[in-house]
Every structure is written in C-alpha cells, then in structure tokens.
Write a protein that binds this ligand. Structure first.
Ligand code: HEM
Ligand code: HEM
Length: 176
C-alpha cells in the first residue's frame, strides 16, 4: 500500500473528534460522584460509560482507517524523531484501548445494567464478579493517568514543532 504524504480529512476528523471527546470524558470522570458498594450507576456514570464506549468504537475505526490509509512521516524529521513519534502515536492508540476496556471490564464486574445515553441497554463484557472486580480495581486509573502522560508528551512535541523547529508538522493535522 502506498503511503500518502498528508493526513486526509477523515484522519483529521477522527483525531480532533477523539481529542474533544477525551476532554469531556476526563471532566465527567473527575466530576461524577464516587461509587459505593452496591450502588447502581447514576446519570454521570451512565454518561461516562456511554461516551467511553463511543470513544472505544471511534478509536477502533480510526485505527482500521490508519492501517488501510498509511501516511508517511514528515520528511524533515531526524531518525530519532521518526522513531519517537511513531512510538508515541502507536502507544496513544494502545492506551485509549486500555483505558476504555479497563473501564468497561470494571463496570461489567460490578454487575451493572447500563443503557447507552438512556436509549438502549449496553452489552457488558462479563457477569457480576466481585472478586474479579477487586483484582482489577485501580487498572482504569493507571490507564487513564498513563494516557494523560503520553498525551502531555505528544502535545509538548507539537508545541516544540510550532515554536522551536517552526516546521510543518502541526500543519499536517490542521484543516486544509
Ligand atoms: C478513554 C476513555 C476514558 C477515560 C479518559 C476515562 C476516565 C476516567 C476518570 C478520569 C475517572 C475517575 C477516576 C479517578 O477518580 O481517578 C474514571 C472512572 C471510571 N470510569 Fe472511566 N474513562 C474512560 C472510559 C471508560 C469506559 C469505557 C468505562 C466503562 C464502560 C468507564 C468506567 C469507569 C468507571 C466504572 C469508573 C469509576 C471507577 C474507577 O474510578 O475506576 N470509563 N474514568
Ligand atoms: C491539543 C492536543 C493535540 C495536538 C496539538 C495534536 C497534534 C498532532 C499532530 C500535529 C499530529 C501529526 C503528527 C505527524 O506529523 O505525524 C498528531 C498525530 C496524532 N495524534 Fe495528536 N494532537 C493532540 C492530541 C491528541 C490526543 C489527545 C490523542 C489521543 C488519542 C492524539 C493522538 C494522535 C495520534 C494517534 C496521532 C498519529 C496519527 C497517525 O499517524 O495515526 N493526539 N497529533
């Protein structure tokens, strides 16, 4: 498959849509009330789970799109920059997957019935299992914080390209 030189509109829409949804998702995650034993999910948790599963579907679609529409790296990059940017980009895909799946698994082990934005029931990944829930307690937080660290590195790299190297890397992900 021949790699394109630029990201197409679909890749850019996927990128910025997921960025926007992740911002909302972190805000809901931190603002929603803490959960207690035996508690059923309230409006905040229902929104968090519904949005999280939407992000999971979008990242899988985006990944498939990326594999079928390869884009070559910016030609001016040094070998270490090519390697580090590829590593960070693939890690971001993996971490979004890990964050969504760990959250979904945790919610499933609680035995919750959750509807997608109060529209239709969502399938759960496993049956009610308190011991398994305890075993994976904390995985979601680890995944969500690791994702935040890699997003921070990624945004820092984008800022360095804009203000220090002053090259066209940021331009590649902007409209037009
Ligand atoms: C990339 C997407 C997601 C992000 C960024 C995210 C982020 C967060 C955040 C920030 C919290 C608060 C935890 C804390 O106080 O540190 C949280 C909690 C939670 N999230 Fe998510 N979440 C995502 C996807 C999901 C999904 C898909 C589900 C379920 C289907 C889910 C289920 C939960 C549950 C059950 C909690 C409360 C228990 C816990 O704190 O581990 N999350 N999430
Ligand atoms: C303000 C925040 C962000 C900025 C300024 C930004 C900027 C960019 C830029 C300029 C590129 C293209 C790099 C290149 O030349 O190849 C890119 C690619 C990418 N970004 Fe972001 N990004 C941001 C947030 C995020 C977030 C939150 C994620 C988390 C999922 C993310 C995931 C990715 C991935 C996976 C790629 C590689 C695309 C591919 O080749 O498949 N970005 N980003």
């Amino acid at each position: 498959m021949i790699a394109r030189l630029q990201y197409g509109t679909t890749a850019k829409v996927f990128h910025w849509l997921i960025v926007g949804l992740l911002v909302v998702q972190y805000l809901i995650g931190w603002l929603m009330p803490d959960i207690h034993r035996g508690q059923e999910p309230g409006a905040g948790m229902t929104a968090h789970i519904s949005l999280g599963i939407s992000i999971l579907i979008l990242i899988v679609l985006r990944f498939i799109w990326r594999l079928t529409h390869p884009v070559s790296l910016e030609s001016t990059l040094q070998p270490w920059q090519r390697l580090s940017s590829a590593l960070v980009h693939w890690t971001l895909y993996v971490l979004v997957l890990a964050t969504t799946l760990s959250g979904w698994l945790f919610a499933s082990f609680r035995g919750w019935t959750v509807s997608f934005f109060d529209l239709f029931p969502l399938p759960m990944l496993a049956a009610d299992n308190a011991a398994a829930g305890k075993a994976i307690d904390g995985w979601h937080q680890v995944a969500e914080w690791t994702l935040l660290v890699f997003v921070g590195l990624h945004v820092l790299a984008a800022l360095v390209h804009i203000f220090v190297y002053r090259d066209r890397v940021m331009q590649r992900m902007l409209p037009g």
